[in-house]
Write a protein that binds this ligand. Structure first.
Ligand code: CS2
Length: 485
């Protein structure tokens, strides 16, 4: 029997005003930020921080489904397979789909009640090149926004146009809060918005620089994409027939830079860590949690596993992940004294082992070109400059290179879902000889910083791992020396 604790909203949703516009209405937003707002509204018995959640490209069905239910939905927070908190959420007061016509969205963005615009649009939604963080000017959607700035398609384009219109009518700019897995996500958002705005005028870009707050934030909660299988399990476990319910882990963390120009909810009373500098938290989470996730995804898929819990259950993989975190990632962190990195590592192993989540490796494997620089490559470059061992990351990169071939070790095909899929596939087009492939991939300068591309030890380590991987399989690659740091 699964033990269920039900937590219901205590306030009247119809009295809540919208103060936040959120772009990226996916499972993560519903199980993370919306929960913190829900707690805030519960504690204050209402308020003006309801959310208008928006999708601009995908998932219109979800928007429609939420709208039919007055945007009320549930989240099922699994501590383990036997303990679930079923939480009612009413924090989202409006769901919008702004596809071709974005004027309804602009109406919201131009409202004086809108104080914060938050984002979960994934790494690629910022249109920055992973290696140098400059705008991807050759991307057709960015080119469109440069040509038709008043009818933008991209998130940076929408923000630029909304800020432009707010300035014209004399309305103070909203705060822009990125909630995506990137280091300095506030600063990166500022860069994308200001670079695009500079094509309108340098003076306008300068105005954004000086007047718009872009706090950084570190977000953390494991929220697997919902599937038919997980919906069925929900029905069995908690007898919940709300089709919009999201499954997630019990753990949740949000560390936010306290820099909001038009005010913010009193989040510090709802478990949000409001801090001056998010950077150490972001780096720790990206390199330890997300870095391990990507590693598990690519090696797990190469060994034919499907979920995180099933992969980490294999002792050799658990050892590899622990070794990666302890020996390769943790030494690159510069954490405040009161943060216990070893305890954090142990807690991650526990969280990865939560078998009630069924977190698919294929979901994490998506968009590798946008993820691996901040998860693996920055720390690896630092380690190489000190002549330190990087063998686990080299294996990870080799497994990712195998993954982007689109064909696994036993010739099963899969789709490579990545904005750089075409360039990655070209790396295999002349020849599939390991040295040629590795050369081609490591020469992709949008992904690999110059220092890494030119580093012969890195090239050699990736090549060796790749050769062993394709000739003998993953298990043969796992002889990581314990003293190699
Ligand atoms: C995952 C993240 O899909 C991925 O790349 O690593 O979504 C991860 O689950 C979250 O960042 C956890 O907070």
């Amino acid at each position: 029997m699964v033990s269920i604790k039900r937590i219901n909203s205590l306030y009247s949703p119809e009295n809540i005003e919208v103060g936040i516009v959120h772009i990226g209405l996916g499972a993560f937003h519903r199980a993370h930020q919306a929960v913190y707002i829900e707690k805030n509204l519960n504690r204050n018995m209402g308020g003006a921080w309801g959310i208008c959640s928006v999708n601009i490209r995908s998932n219109k069905t979800l928007v429609d489904q939420l709208e039919t239910n007055n945007c009320r939905y549930h989240i099922a927070e699994y501590t383990d397979s036997q303990h679930v908190d079923l939480r009612e959420i009413n924090a989202i007061r409006e769901a919008l789909y702004a596809g071709d016509d974005k004027e309804v969205l602009f109406e919201r963005l131009l409202s004086s009640n809108t104080k914060i615009v938050s984002l979960t649009v994934t790494e690629k939604g910022y249109y920055l090149k992973p290696a140098d963080k400059k705008l991807r000017l050759d991307d057709p959607s960015i080119q469109h926004d440069l040509k038709y700035p008043t009818q933008p398609k991209t998130v940076p384009g929408i923000l630029v146009e909304a800020l432009y219109r707010r300035r014209e009518i004399g309305l103070a700019p909203f705060t822009i809060l990125s909630c995506d897995n990137m280091p300095n996500n506030g600063e990166l958002t500022r860069q994308a918005v200001c670079e695009l705005a500079s094509y309108r005028s340098d003076e306008f870009a300068q105005w954004i620089q000086s007047n718009v707050a872009f706090p950084s934030s570190m977000v953390d909660r494991i929220v697997p994409a919902m599937t038919d299988e997980s919906r069925k399990r929900l029905q069995e476990d908690v007898n919940c027939d709300d089709q919009n319910t999201v499954i997630c882990e019990a753990f949740s963390q949000w560390v936010v830079e306290d820099n909001f120009s038009l005010g913010r909810p009193d989040w510090e009373n709802d478990g949000v860590q409001m801090v001056k500098d998010v950077h150490p938290f972001e780096t720790m989470k990206l390199r330890l949690l997300n870095g391990s996730h990507s590693l598990l995804a690519y090696i797990g898929l190469a060994a034919n596993y499907t979920t995180i819990a099933k992969t980490i259950e294999v002792p050799e993989f658990a050892n590899l992940i622990r070794h990666y975190m302890v020996a390769e990632a943790a030494p690159t962190l510069n954490m405040p004294k009161d943060i216990d990195v070893s305890a954090y590592i142990e807690s991650l192993i526990q969280r990865f082992s939560n078998d009630s989540l069924h977190h698919q490796l294929s979901q994490i494997a998506i968009d590798g070109s946008q993820k691996i620089p901040q998860r693996w490559l920055t720390s690896t470059q630092e380690r190489l400059s000190l002549q330190q061992n990087v063998s686990v990351v080299a294996l990870g990169v080799a497994a990712w290179i195998l993954y982007v071939r689109g064909q696994d070790l036993v010739s099963n095909q899969h789709v490579v879902d990545d904005p750089m899929a075409e360039q990655l596939s070209e790396c295999y087009s002349q020849s599939d000889k390991p040295d040629m492939v590795i050369n081609n991939v490591l020469a992709l300068k949008d992904i690999f910083p110059k220092g890494l591309m030119e580093n012969t030890s890195f090239y050699q380590a990736v090549l060796t791992a790749y050769q062993v991987l394709i000739e003998h399989g993953v298990m043969a690659c796992l002889t990581i020396k314990k003293d190699s740091h």
